[in-house]
Structures are given as structure tokens and as C-alpha cells.
Design a binder for this molecule. Structure first.
Ligand SMILES: [Zn+2]
Length: 259
């Protein structure tokens, strides 16, 4: 399957909206996505945190809605290094590497132009949504024009917050993090069967919000910021999940979109 850099996401969103890409972006738009969605007036990027190739290959049958989207459109993205959360959400917003965008932690300031800036310059507004205390709150909601902060725990609270935000003041661009996915993967490992109820809940939340957005002609791109790999149990410690390295399990994430 064709693999694109995470740095292509910002140029792709800009191409769909007919805007110039953020000034530090170096990669072209992903033409497969842009060709399908170009001309949409609004774009939403929805990111189940850490839903990379390991949990996707293992558990996609537990996510029938997401699987149905991938049956129509599917490609792989490669996270920037390190394969961690703030730097990759910042990459989605800028098209740039960490050394250029400067977001090492979620509380830091962008050192280059973001999609939020490009859209603001055109007189539009952007939304940033996530669970309280996560990057979706402390980076995305903090830097966007319209913040949406949901109570932690379930994906559905993020989905409902996105829907609420569109009902009040629909943004031209929205980016949302479903951070609970990463939290449970860290705890038990992305291949552990205990993640299945969480992934089913995520799939239900994505089904609700994507159908809502599609009915309002909002183009939707679904991807993860990075993956995770399993660390097997040892004599002294049960198994768990982690990421941040340059191995494919940490860096390769499936991406799909509506059209
Ligand atoms: Zn993450």
C-alpha cells in the first residue's frame, strides 16, 4: 500500500479548502484524498490516538464502521519522529518536522504557521477538540479559535462535543483527538483483548459523528497520530504498550476519508 508522510496532511487539508498550505509545509497534498474532497467547504480531521497498524490489523473486525470506510479508501501515513502525540498533531497542523514547528510538549507555542493561521487569515475559524487534560485540550483546543473540551473516558464524549460545536458555530476546519484509545493501549498493550470493548465504543462514536458531518457536507479524514507496539509481560511486570521509536508499528497508521 502506498505510504505518505504525516507532513502531507496539512497540505491536503489546504488543497481541499482551496487555501495556500502553511508556509513551512514541504510535502505535496495527497492527491488521492484531495481529488475526492476538493471543493468541500469544511474539513474535519478525526484522530483516534495511537490507532496504528498493530491494533488495526488485529482488531478491525471489531470496528465495522471504520472498516467499511477503509473498504472504500485506505492508505498508510508515516508519523514524524519521535512517534509521539504533540509533535505529530503539530505536524498535521503545519506540515513540518519537530525541528521546525517546535511543539515538543503540548503546552508549547508553534514556531511556524499552522492551518489555524491560514484559515484565520481568510476570515474563517477552526475548532480543536479533545478530552480534558490531553493534547486535544492542551494543544488543539488551546490554539484553535473554537475550543471543545470533553470529560475523559469515552470516545462518545468527544463525538458529542464535535456535534455540539457544529450546531453552535460550524468551523471551516476542525481537528479532534480521541485520547482514551492511547491510554488503554499503554495500560494493557494494543493487542490485548481487553481493548476490544473500548474499540467497539470508539467505532460507535465515529459512526455517529462521521454520519453527522457527512450529512452536513463536511469532508472527513480519519487517521492516527502514531501507532503503538506491545511489550510482552516479564517475570516482574505485566505486558503493556508503548511508542515513540522509529519502528513501523510505532510510525505507520491507517488513514481513510469520506467522499
Ligand atoms: Zn498519541
Amino acid at each position: 500500500m502506498k505510504t505518505y508522510s504525516m507532513k502531507c496532511v496539512a497540505p491536503t487539508v489546504a488543497a481541499i479548502l482551496g487555501l495556500e498550505r502553511p508556509s513551512a509545509a514541504t510535502e505535496p497534498a495527497i492527491e488521492e484524498i484531495a481529488a475526492d474532497l476538493r471543493g468541500s467547504r469544511r474539513v474535519a480531521v478525526l484522530a483516534p490516538d495511537a490507532l496504528g497498524i498493530v491494533p488495526w490489523c488485529r482488531w478491525q473486525d471489531e470496528m465495522p464502521f471504520l472498516k467499511s470506510l477503509h473498504a472504500r479508501h485506505s492508505l498508510l501515513l508515516e508519523s514524524i519522529m519521535p512517534s509521539s502525540t504533540p509533535m505529530n498533531f503539530a505536524c498535521m497542523l503545519t506540515g513540518a518536522e519537530l525541528a521546525v514547528h517546535g511543539i515538543q510538549t503540548r503546552e508549547m507555542q508553534f514556531q511556524c504557521e499552522t492551518l489555524f493561521d491560514v484559515i484565520r487569515r481568510k476570515g474563517g475559524q477552526s475548532g480543536g477538540v479533545g478530552h480534558k487534560g490531553y493534547s486535544g485540550d492542551l494543544l488543539l483546543a488551546r490554539c484553535a479559535d473554537i475550543p471543545g473540551v470533553a470529560e475523559p473516558g469515552l470516545a462518545m464524549t468527544v463525538a458529542d462535543k464535535i456535534i455540539e460545536l457544529y450546531c453552535v458555530n460550524p468551523p471551516l476546519f476542525l481537528i479532534a483527538q480521541f485520547g482514551n484509545v492511547d491510554t488503554l493501549f499503554h495500560k494493557v498493550g494494543p493487542s490485548h483483548p481487553d481493548v476490544v470493548p473500548m474499540l467497539r465504543e470508539l467505532d460507535g462514536a465515529l459512526s455517529k459523528v462521521v454520519r453527522f458531518l457527512a450529512a452536513r457536507q463536511v469532508a472527513v479524514i480519519l487517521l492516527a497520530d502514531h501507532g503503538q507496539h506491545d511489550v510482552p509481560p516479564s517475570a516482574s511486570k505485566p505486558g503493556y504498550g508503548t511508542h515513540g521509536t522509529d519502528c513501523p508499528d510505532d510510525r505507520l497508521v491507517p488513514c481513510t476519508w469520506t467522499s
